[in-house]
Design a protein around this ligand. Structure first.
Ligand SMILES: Nc1ncnc2c1ncn2[C@@H]1O[C@H](COP(=O)(O)OP(=O)(O)OP(=O)(O)O)[C@@H](O)[C@H]1O
Ligand SMILES: [Mg+2]
Length: 257
């Protein structure tokens, strides 16, 4: 990859292999994820995109029959072999899923849940977290007068922004997003994409998307996966204009997948 090696990485994934029973789902993946960049992951259904991002905060560690080898170096440790505190890891590596999945509670409680788990008790401090995270996802003006209303009463796009705010409330360093806009209308999608542009000033973001234009719009690096292999990882411009591998070219030009 034609990328400066001097750049700081948030994750250094080295020869990662993952099996679900006999299903070899990730094959020899070596993947540096650069700090304060947006990395997009693309590839056909079933190629291992979700598996890869879930592995970054060990979300899939307790799946029956799972086996992993290799290294995921993060924050000075290899999270695959060293003893890690999962609560701490997930505080640092937040995750947002395909469908906004707020807790069936108030907007306010959705955001304060994580900080409370991590020991924030003072009402004033919690209020500040609620206001600042909702502002950072551009939802504050829409909901500031109904913070005690159920989160389920928000629109799909608002729920997804709330879930991003909830992920930000524990002050993570990394934000993993697995198809965060696939259930949203075009206007909400644009809002989330703009938000990603803002958030990358402060966070390292990894986003899985089936939408090629979205990957091209929001990301710095793009990785193309196929059947558990990382086929190509490079600057997003390069992947979409002049990829090295024929399979990447076929995929980004819509010839298969
Ligand atoms: N919890 C699980 N248990 C067993 N096999 C799984 C599990 N999750 C995923 N797999 C298998 O691992 C492979 C990769 O799946 P994964 O969900 O990572 O693909 P994906 O690229 O995210 O696909 P999609 O675009 O459809 O979301 C598939 O063969 C899938 O069936
Ligand atoms: Mg997936």
């Amino acid at each position: 990859m034609s990328v400066s090696t001097a750049k700081k990485t948030a994750f250094n994934v080295n020869d990662l292999n993952l099996w679900y029973g006999n299903n070899y789902a990730l094959k020899n993946i070596t993947f540096p994820i650069y700090d304060k960049e947006v990395t997009a992951i693309i590839g056909p259904s079933g190629c291992g995109k979700s598996t890869f991002v879930k592995t970054l905060n060990l979300m899939n560690r307790s799946v029956p029959g799972i086996k992993m080898s290799g290294e995921i170096n993060f924050d000075g440790t290899n999270i695959l072999s060293d003893k890690v505190d999962l609560v701490e890891l997930r505080k640092k590596v937040g995750m947002v899923f395909q469908k906004g999945n707020p807790f069936p509670q108030s907007i306010y409680n959705n955001i304060t849940f994580g900080p409370k788990v991590h020991g924030v008790k003072k009402k004033k401090e919690l209020d500040e977290i609620v206001e600042s995270t909702l502002k950072s996802v551009a939802l504050w003006d829409e909901v500031k007068d109904r913070l005690d209303a159920p989160a389920m009463g928000l629109s799909g796009g608002q729920q997804q922004r709330l879930c991003i705010a909830r992920a930000l409330a524990t002050k993570p360093d990394i934000l993993l997003m697995d198809e965060p806009t696939s259930a949203l209308d075009p206007i909400s999608t644009v809002k989330i994409e703009e938000l990603i542009g803002e958030l990358k000033k402060q966070y390292t973001i990894v986003i899985v998307t089936h939408n090629m234009q979205q990957a091209a719009r929001v990301s710095d690096k793009t990785a193309f996966f196929l059947l558990g292999d990382l086929i190509e990882l490079d600057e997003t411009d390069k992947i979409f204009s002049n990829p090295t591998d024929k399979r990447t070219e076929d995929y980004v030009s819509g010839r298969f997948g």
